[in-house]
Write a protein that binds this ligand. Sequence first.
Ligand code: ATP
Ligand code: MG
Length: 439
Amino acid sequence: MNKILTYLSFPEMIVFWIILVVVLFLVGIIFYFVVSPWNLIGLIVGIILLIITFVFCLKNVIKYYQVLSERDQIKTVVSNFTDAIIGYDPNFKITIFNTTAENLFDVMATSILGKTISPEWAKNEKTKILTQVLFPSLAPSMVWRTDPAVFPNVMDLSFSDPVLEFTITTIRVTNAKGKILGFFKIIKDRTREEEILKSKSEFLTVAAHQMRTPLSGIKWGLETLLSEGNENLTDIQKDLLKKNLEATDKILRLANDLLDTVNIESGKFGYEFVQSDLLDLMSKLLEDYLSIAEQYDIKIYLEPPADGIPPFKFDPMRIRIVVQNLLENALRYNVKNGQIIIKVEKKSPYVEISISDTGIGIPKNELPKLFTKFYRGSNILKYETEGTGLGLYITKNIVEAHGGKIWAESIENRGTTIHFTLPMDEKLIPKRYSTSSPF
Ligand code: ATP
Ligand code: MG
């Protein structure tokens, strides 16, 4: 009832009120001048007319009321959105400017709404950043995250004075006929996030670097003691030194893995692609691992293709890390008297390398997490405490930077095969890596 009373007060009901007055007036005249039954017929016609007008007006009012409340809801969402939102028509006339946008650009909505922005506005310090957001080609650094021709599109904008990092999503608004009515820009301010990430990776870089130098010194000292002063040492002392050397190696590996991970994430992990012999690299690497495999009573077999692999372009230092990581895993997560088969096949234009072991395997439901940072299998955690879970993350990044793919097959308690491919055609190496400067 209350709702109906509210509806009656809407201006859209004016037609009904006018018709009511007219009908009352006419009914009065009819009753005064016209005899029965025509005056009664007139009254009925008047009432029907009133009812029709009332229903018609009420329908309009309800529709209008719904549109209004939907508009208010959208307005509330837009103004309370934690990202800045700017709406503008195809001529860059500002139609929406929410509170976050006011704070981000230090410009009041009242002073910008209805104004048409042009690139000239970039000359004014107060509106410089805002103009560069609307005309990104004016910004100091712009990187597209998606195809610019497909809406909504996403780009990253960076500014140096002041330091700002934005991710901007642009939405195009069209009508049913496809006519462009305007655009929305949703601006996510990542400045603080980037600062934290930067300081975190700087901290890790410095810590890992600082650790590496003294550790290399300790390693060198221990190696010298073991090789040169050998005859003066008792077996217990030698054993102790060997254990210390192993522990130093582990911390050095960890420092290197942390540095590699930080560099991968900040895009500083460079590559040097040179024409190299993959089979030569692998057989040399295998020699280093044969004695370790013997300790574990594990046999390693290399199965190269009968007609060999012609030299092709890859980064031998990085691919050495890949094979090393995969071999170490195949040894570490294997069983006593187990075996490892390294198969190299030509699958033009790629080479596929598969490393199979007869080890403990990876739980099926954990396979999707295998190549993620710090993943360690739930089946190994109880008895194999060593390892950081960075090896396969780094491995995947190196393979993908070469334009290859890496994937795994595994059956728990039966074994694991990790496959990876490398393109033999250098055109398949992603440009951003093949042209990057060596570390
Ligand atoms: P590190 O960084 O020293 O290599 P890690 O070996 O734990 O440590 P990854 O090489 O990334 O790290 O491997 C991640 C996890 O994947 C391992 O902890 C293990 O649970 C599982 N895994 C990897 N390779 C194998 C394998 N061949 N067989 C069984 N589990 C494996
Ligand atoms: Mg590993």
